[in-house]
Design a binder for this molecule. Structure first.
Ligand SMILES: [Zn+2]
Length: 386
């Protein structure tokens, strides 16, 4: 019988991977800084969070880092989500500049071209120049539209970090000649339990997008993951893994354009208010760490515009809906969010003028110097200089 603790199990798995399939660093040198090139990182402070637990006076205690960063950036007090209140559609609206209404379960790609495609096609940049690192495991199609002339050849590399972890261990077990099939299944079952621990009790699927990642890229990230797992900062949540992989991608590939999708706050669906608050505070900390990485990384310092916003809120009224549990009532508490911009080209200040989720694509395009198709979103003039 296997009675390994989570930590010991992952350590063992990690050590095995390190020794067997990743004997050396595959891409040793990060790219040289390209002076003058602007970068955009979009962070969905995500999974669904209300104003009342964030920038409302009573919520500030949950977000100490963002509260601090607000003073250094430009804060839009109203960023409205007027679209479908699902995670995929809301995030796809941010990326495409038009309100999206595709299959909620994430089987469909966005119906319009994404900022990734505009950027890569017009600049001729390479596949590793645009990334989407996503905690939400149904986000594998988010990196590109299904349109002719756009689509996957110009899309983002989409990484679902937990899936990467599962594949890493799968590799180890496959290569372990001393262990039989039963042993392999046992290890995978245990890993599945670890990764599904808590609220994600919906089973596990290996998603195609991760498998499509370039082999070298995947090996690089897997090796980093192994080192991370064996290091002092053991990840204990999906968002921590996402942060770690995002930081690794920044260090290895320095992409000019990236989406970081945090999602752990959606634990709220399971009804535990304290876990919801914990997830908010954890994401707040991770956004702070991402900002520190931008400041410390010469490829990003002074040339990066960071846009942070919740992709949607949660129900407000505990009597008509279930309050914080869901995000389906469509009330103001679901739709009225905020947006915090930081970094290059961003003045200090605040605005009452409402902006919307679809304005993010247009703003990112203006910052990066690329054109979009005729989309509904408009550049935020304070950031884009429009
Ligand atoms: Zn949800």
């Amino acid at each position: 019988m296997w009675e390994l603790s989570k930590r010991r199990f992952l350590q063992a798995a990690g050590l095995a991977i390190a020794g067997r399939i990743l004997p050396r660093r595959l891409l040793a040198r990060p790219p040289e800084p390209r002076s003058g090139s602007r970068k955009v990182i979009i962070v969905t402070f995500g999974g669904g969070v209300r104003y009342s637990e964030t920038f409302a006076p009573e919520g500030l205690r949950n977000i100490p880092r963002l509260k601090e960063l607000r003073a250094q950036g430009f804060f839009y007090r109203t960023c409205a989500n007027a679209g479908v209140l699902s995670h995929f559609n809301s995030t796809a609206s941010i990326l495409t500049g038009d309100w999206q209404r595709v299959d909620d379960f994430g089987f469909e790609r966005p119906a319009g071209a994404t900022i990734f495609e505009y950027y890569r096609k017009q600049t001729g940049s390479k596949a590793t120049d645009a990334w989407a690192i996503c905690t939400n495991k149904s986000f594998s199609p988010i990196g590109a539209a299904s349109l002719r002339d756009w689509g996957v050849p110009y899309g983002a590399q989409v990484v679902l970090p937990k899936q990467l972890l599962i594949e890493a261990v799968d590799e180890v077990v496959k290569k372990n000649r001393d262990g039989g099939a039963a042993n392999r299944e046992n290890v995978l079952r245990q890993l599945e339990e670890i990764l599904n621990e808590g609220y994600e009790g919906l089973g596990w699927t290996i998603f195609k997008a991760g498998r499509d990642l370039d082999q070298t890229v995947r090996a690089t990230l897997t090796r980093s993951l192994v080192e991370y797992i064996n290091g002092p900062e053991m990840p204990s949540s999906g968002d921590e893994l996402t942060f770690f992989i995002a930081r690794e991608v920044m260090r290895e590939f320095a992409p000019p354009l990236m989406l970081v999708n945090f999602w752990d706050m959606d634990v709220a669906h399971w009804g535990a208010y304290s876990l919801y608050l914990q997830a908010i505070t954890r994401t707040d900390r991770l956004v702070g760490m991402l900002w520190e990485e931008i400041l410390a990384n010469p490829n990003y310092k002074d040339k990066t515009t960071l846009l942070v916003l919740p992709e949607l809120g949660r129900d407000g009224d505990v009597n008509t809906a279930n309050g914080f549990l869901n995000h389906r009532s469509g009330d103001a508490s679901c739709r009225n969010m905020w947006l915090l911009a930081l970094g290059a080209g961003v003045p200090g200040g605040e605005s009452e003028r409402p902006v919307a989720h679809i304005d993010v694509c247009a703003t990112a395009a203006a910052v990066l110097g690329v054109k979009t198709a005729a989309i509904a979103g408009r550049p935020m003039r304070e950031i884009a200089g429009a």
